[in-house]
Design a protein around this ligand. Structure first.
Ligand code: 6PG
Length: 476
């Protein structure tokens, strides 16, 4: 039997497209699927794209691979991944490698990597972004695992990844679960990006008064400037689409309940554990959640809104202001995501190069955008940037946008249009800017009711005021 450089098990659309991508790049690919019909189908349909080695049993699959073996697992995250690992691991030899290309939780990846390391096997949890199309034509790839594993696997992955300016959108992210962690944050940012675009659409439609096809045109114009991105591009296409059955704007016939497979929620859960304020991402997750609570929404539908005419429907320049608010809020969302990556790296002992993450997100993935090149440049100028907000370019953009940003948030509030992404991003910006925060009062309250102590602005140490007594201060 011909020996394959890499094998893919799990030939649903993502696995099938990755296998074809490897084959199209001249790598012989062993194929395996729980039901062999799918394997045969792939070879029948796409066999002429490269060298495929179809196999029907786990033993055959393992035997078809060159050593050290590289098995890419493309199955549903969670228990199915564990089951496939347990099916193959006993058949492997020291130094062989299992690669999980699904959207696994990074803590599962850490557990699996440690377990397989004890069994002298390498495990690489890798983020793959770009959907079906990306998997086939060039995704953004975020592999974790050991440097040793990357040394032999990396060239294969870099071969099939998207490229921007000749640079592959793939790099070794860091040890064990680092790749899946970064993919998780990528998805959190994806949620925030989508929410901000949705708010822009809502305001353009209901505060500016444009029709979907006109809004498509606005997005198309934005897509020629600093907001140029895959998500803006597809938004224009969606808004221009008429439902073939009814002739209505397509966006009007889609039920307004946004679902999620959960990676955005994971991002926020992890951020809470790490103590990182990813408020923009959280608002995006909660906005989807609110949309799904149809019972609550129906119950509240009769609550009073703003009086007619109190909306700034005719405010001149509102559309341009929305572009500025979107850009500024987007900077905030990415700043929060990169903060989480930095905090995750510190917590789990990963060395993650933030600039390299921006570089591999420039192409292939769902959040690909011209903007990412700016972030890459910001980290190139200062690898220890405390926050993206203080990078010279972004600080200036925020400063230029802030008046418009404030007026958009105010207009949304006056019109009764929910804009949690815009307003939370603005609040974050203002909180970081503030010389003093009312957290001082919060801390004093904690001391009042729970003797939780406080620190002072003028002296070191921890203190407690005897609130129930003579209100003198004692050292805690
Ligand atoms: C990607 C995407 C992808 C994600 C879908 C759906 O990078 O290609 O992030 O991995 O699964 O976009 O995500 P939700 O169902 O959570 O919206």
């Amino acid at each position: 039997m011909e020996q394959a450089q890499i094998g893919v098990t799990g030939l649903a659309v993502m696995g099938r497209n990755l296998a074809r991508n490897f084959a199209r790049h001249g790598h012989a690919v062993a194929l395996h699927n729980r039901t062999a019909a799918r394997t045969r189908e792939l070879v029948e349909q796409f066999g002429d794209e490269g060298t495929f080695v179809p196999t029907e049993t786990a033993e055959e699959f393992v035997a078809a691979l060159e050593r050290p073996r590289k098995l890419v697992v493309m199955v549903k995250a969670g228990a199915p991944t564990d089951a496939v690992i347990e099916e193959f691991a006993p058949l492997l030899e020291p130094g062989d490698m299992i690669i999980d290309g699904g959207n696994a939780h990074f803590l599962d990846t850490r557990r699996r990597e440690a377990d397989l390391r004890r069994r002298n096997l390498l495990f690489v949890g890798t983020g793959v972004s770009g959907g079906e199309e990306g998997a086939l034509n060039g995704p953004s790839i975020m592999p974790g695992g050991s440097a040793e594993a990357y040394a032999s696997l990396g060239p294969l992955l870099e071969d099939i990844a998207a490229t921007v300016d000749g640079t592959p959108c793939c790099t070794h992210v860091g040890a064990d679960g680092a790749g899946h962690f970064v993919k998780m944050v990528h998805n959190g940012i994806e949620y925030a990006d989508m929410q901000l675009i949705a708010e822009s659409y809502d305001l353009l439609r209901h505060a500016v008064g444009l029709e979907p096809a006109e809004i498509a045109e606005v997005f198309r114009t934005w897509n020629t400037g600093r907001l140029e991105s895959y998500l803006i591009e597809i938004t224009a296409e969606i808004l221009d689409h008429a439902d073939p059955a009814t002739g209505q704007p397509f966006v009007d016939v889609v039920l307004d309940r946004a679902e999620q497979k959960g990676t955005g929620r994971w991002t926020v859960q992890s951020a809470l554990d790490l103590g990182v304020p990813v408020a923009g991402i959280a608002e995006a997750v909660f906005a989807r959640s609110v949309s799904g609570h149809t019972g609550l929404r129906a119950a509240a539908a009769g609550l009073p809104g703003p009086r007619p005419n109190s909306a700034d429907a005719s405010e001149p320049g509102l559309a341009d202001a929305i572009e500025k608010a979107l850009y500024a809020s987007k900077i905030v969302a990415y700043a929060q995501g990169f903060h989480q990556i930095e905090a995750g790296a510190a917590e789990y002992g990963w060395e993650i190069d933030a600039g390299a993450m921006a570089t591999i997100w420039r192409g292939g993935c769902i959040i690909r955008a011209r903007f990412l090149d700016r972030i890459r440049a910001a980290y190139a100028a200062d690898p220890h940037l405390p926050t993206l907000l203080t990078d010279e370019h972004f600080a200036q953009a925020l400063g230029d946008a802030q008046d418009a940003w404030r007026s958009v948030v105010a207009a949304a509030a006056r019109a009764g249009i929910p804009a949690p992404g815009f307003s939370s991003a603005l609040a974050y910006y203002d909180a970081l800017r503030a010389g003093r925060l009312p957290a001082a009062l919060t801390q004093a309250q904690r001391d009042f009711f729970g003797a939780h102590t406080y620190r002072r602005t003028d002296r070191d140490g921890s203190f407690h005021t005897l609130w129930g007594g003579d209100r003198s201060e004692v050292t805690a």
